[in-house]
Design a protein. Structure first.
Length: 231
């Protein structure tokens, strides 16, 4: 009777316990990644990323149904890609893309739509066919889906703003950069969100300076025309 009761309790608490262990592992992985990505030198990154990749891959093996683990493995693969040789980087990005697509099939809302956000960013930053899978139209679709899932996300707003800016849609980009600065940073992703907000603030300042310069040029042009007419 006692043994049967213990078995029942193990079954009842296996799900929540596993979820808690997974969440703790993900938070730890994210904190290590943020410190490596934002604060480490390139030499330190070359040492740290392989360890992070092993930890993320282990999580995927332990929790094959957890979309979150696949998202983080893909994120670390993408972060490490610039440090790889030109012979392997495209394969790495293709593998990261496959992981993100698989995570979307499992749970499209995992990590507040992070798979859509990362995929969208890849689609507008990597080269297009025949070199790689880059596609700005698909990128916008992915980034908009991310915003639908997480409209108040610092990262969702920042990267859509970055996409729009790269497409020279400056007025639209400014709206999303401004929102990225205004929304609250997440406590568990504080380092990441604060860095993105600092970057968004710098971009907005640059846009403002360009507007002032453009207005100044227009004024001088009008002044020059008026002077020629008066002469």
């Amino acid at each position: 009777m006692i043994r049967a009761t213990v078995v029942v309790f193990l079954i009842l608490f296996a799900g929540p316990l596993a979820a808690s262990e997974l969440n703790n592992s993900l938070v730890s992985l994210e904190n290590e990644w943020a410190a490596t990505y934002y604060q480490a030198s390139e030499a330190q990154q070359r040492q740290a990323y392989p360890q992070l990749l092993n930890k993320a891959a282990d999580l995927v093996k332990r929790y094959p149904q957890a979309a979150e683990a696949k998202i983080w493995l893909a994120t670390i693969m993408v972060s490490n890609a610039p440090l790889e040789s030109s012979l392997t980087v495209l394969t790495t990005l293709d593998n990261a893309k496959a992981l993100l697509e698989e995570s979307i099939k499992q749970n499209p809302s995992a990590l507040n739509g992070a798979a859509y956000l990362t995929l969208g960013t890849l689609y507008y930053r990597v080269p297009g066919w025949p070199v790689s899978f880059g596609d700005v139209a698909v990128a916008e679709q992915m980034l908009k889906t991310s915003l639908q899932i997480n409209p108040q996300g610092v990262d969702a707003n920042y990267f859509y703003g970055d996409y729009l800016l790269r497409q020279e849609r400056v007025g639209e980009a400014e709206v999303y950069f401004r929102k990225a600065v205004q929304v609250s940073a997440r406590k568990q992703q504080l380092v990441n969100d604060q860095h993105l907000q600092q970057d968004a603030t710098a971009v907005l300042a640059n846009i403002h300076q360009k507007k002032l310069a453009a207005n100044d040029d227009s004024f001088h042009s009008l002044f020059a025309v008026a002077t020629q007419v008066s002469d």
